[in-house]
Design a binder for this molecule. Structure first.
Ligand code: RTL
Length: 257
């Protein structure tokens, strides 16, 4: 079956697919057509019908006019399909045979997609260790608790193992009483252990199993950032998570030791 790609606005997960201006994510800046993964079935049906009608009844010229762009679009679609997903959270891929020992050590946030509400803002770094076969981490980052109360929040986390080696239940709390605490899913989507990692958390699901409130970190082993090659890989995963163009760069100014 030939798959005919279609680009048009429709609700997907946490945002609408449409032509929009993007932030500087370290992953490209500018106007982008957000290619959505979920497509409205009635539109797809009508489009296919019209396409078949032109194919069978049209003149050779009309057929050519219709077929060449469709084939070109199909080719483009096939070549960029691998990272896409249906935005259903349970279907997101995670790192295969995730190795906690190789993941341990220091990571610097390079980019992040924020959840709803208060969150770590900048100078975010985390140190991962393994204790009793359980990954633990201490994260630090700047948070504005009030307009004139900005702190370097020290956050602790215990990553409880699950049946999937890359999916954890993260229990987190602040070193100070007034900081947030909670339990989040924490998925390692991809990492090469030495350069980059991309993590994903969905806090709230819509009825259709896409995510209503998520956060995601792109981590780098170096505070200076990621190589172009790592950024290319990460960008593919951001698309897979249906979060393309939703990330902001995380400045590393050294203000939180
Ligand atoms: C991340 C991985 C490393 C360990 C921990 C993490 C989560 C931290 C969170 C912090 C939220 C802080 C807030 C403070 C304001 O009260 C995922 C970085 C613990 C969720 C909102």
């Amino acid at each position: 079956m030939i798959y005919i790609p279609m680009f048009y606005p429709v609700w997907v997960g946490e945002g609408k697919g449409r032509l929009r201006k993007t932030d500087d994510t370290g992953c490209g800046r500018g106007w982008s057509l957000h290619i959505v993964a979920q497509r409205e079935p009635s539109f797809r049906k009508n489009f296919s019908k019209r396409f078949i009608h032109v194919w069978i009844k049209g003149s050779p010229r009309t057929m050519l006019r219709c077929t060449i762009p469709a084939l070109l679009a199909a080719l483009i679609s096939i070549s960029s399909c691998s990272a896409r997903s249906d935005c259903i959270v349970d279907n997101f891929q995670v790192k295969e045979n995730f190795n906690q020992t190789r993941y341990a050590g220091k990571w610097y946030a390079f980019a992040k997609k924020d959840p709803e509400g208060l969150f770590l803002e900048k100078d975010i770094h985390a140190d991962f260790k393994i204790e009793n076969r359980t990954m633990i981490a201490k994260a630090t980052g700047l948070v504005s608790l009030l307009p004139d109360w900005i702190v370097c929040a020290e956050m602790m986390g215990t990553f409880n193992n699950t049946a999937n080696s890359a999916k954890f239940k993260l229990k987190y709390w602040g070193a100070a009483e007034y900081l947030q605490k909670g339990i989040d899913d924490h998925w390692i989507i991809d990492t090469d252990y030495d350069n980059y990692a991309i993590t994903y958390t969905c806090r709230k699901l819509y009825e259709n199993r896409t995510c209503a409130d998520s956060y995601s970190f792109v981590f780098s082993r170096r505070p200076e950032g990621l190589t172009t090659e790592s950024q290319r890989i990460v960008r593919k995963w951001q698309e897979h998570l249906c979060l393309a163009f939703k990330y902001k760069r995380v400045p590393q100014t050294g203000s939180c030791p």
